[in-house]
Write a protein that binds this ligand. Structure first.
Ligand code: NAP
Length: 256
């Protein structure tokens, strides 16, 4: 048996939201390396073009769809035009996410809405737009990017924590509803990875030291260390895995 072929994404197309940088970009490169055609997404066309050109130079097949995941009309139009003109989107990774930090007692309602809107409603909108086509085809893979905050609280990030708890439950609820269409909906839960999002934490020596002590692996994760989990859950190898959150966290959740 050619076991590695179970993990191949040859002939598949993956849409990864928020993939012009950070974890999304690493997953785009990783899934492309497993054979998938990649659709990059984000709000900043220039950033996406730079990412597209870099990945194309490595021999990968890359397209960009510029939209804000919270703009329902733009998402529906981009997804249906792609499906009509270029072909099926087989894999969706709901990765786009933001965080706004601040003490709960002073947290502004507008910031609360921004975080929940991007992290939860955005995933709902894109899953719905892509899922309608997956349902018709009776196959599809959806991966929601969760977090340590899908399980644990931390001061100053109450709305982010709620959003990541929500995305974990979106994963389970959608599995319950769409498994009958042969759609697998799973989550990948990163521990702490160095990106723009976590720069304020990485730049804080006290936090950096605390995190390394708190994490059994004794270090931050590298975005490429999330590729294995994402390829597994996107591929035939994960066909009977559904509603599961795979934490990639250097052991953080396993220890106190
Ligand atoms: N880094 C970590 O340690 C860590 C840990 C756990 C979970 N996560 C999760 O992993 C995901 C990626 O995080 P990251 O660390 O890679 O963050 P990042 O470097 O800030 O990247 C986030 C990406 O999302 C895009 N984005 C933000 N809002 C968007 C919107 N409304 N519509 C479309 N795209 C949008 C951004 O691009 P534009 O601004 O160009 O649109 C950016 O490329 C997030 O869901 C985050 O919660 C990260």
């Amino acid at each position: 048996m050619d076991t590695l072929s179970l993990f191949s994404l040859k002939g598949k197309t993956a849409l990864i939201t928020g993939s012009g940088s950070g974890i999304g970009y690493a997953l785009a490169e990783g899934l492309a390396g497993a054979g998938a055609k990649i659709i990059l997404n984000g709000r900043n066309a220039e950033k996406l073009t730079t990412a597209k050109n870099t990945l194309r130079k490595k021999g990968f097949e890359i397209t960009c769809l510029v939209f804000d995941v919270t703009d329902s009309a733009a998402v529906k139009m981009a997804v249906s035009e792609y499906e009509k003109e270029k072909g099926p989107i087989d894999i969706l990774i709901n990765n786009a996410g933001i965080n706004i930090r601040g003490p709960f007692e002073d947290f502004k309602e507008e910031d609360w809405e921004k975080v929940l809107d991007t992290n939860i409603r955005g995933a709902m909108i894109v899953s719905q737009a892509v899922g309608k086509f997956m349902i018709k085809r009776k196959r599809g893979k959806i991966i929601n990017i969760c977090s340590m905050q899908s399980e644990l609280g931390r001061p100053t990030i109450v709305p982010y924590t709620i959003s990541k708890g929500g995305i974990k439950m979106l994963t389970k609820a959608l599995c319950a509803e769409w498994a009958k269409y042969n759609i697998q909906v799973n989550g990948v839960g990163p521990g702490y990875f160095e990106t723009e999002l976590t720069k304020p934490l990485k730049d804080d020596p006290e936090f950096d030291k605390w995190l390394c002590n708190r994490t059994p692996a004794n270090r931050w994760g590298k975005p490429r260390e999330l590729i294995g989990a994402a390829v597994y859950l996107s591929s035939e190898a994960g066909d009977y895995v559904n509603g599961h959150i795979l934490y990639v966290d250097g052991g953080l959740l396993a220890s106190v």
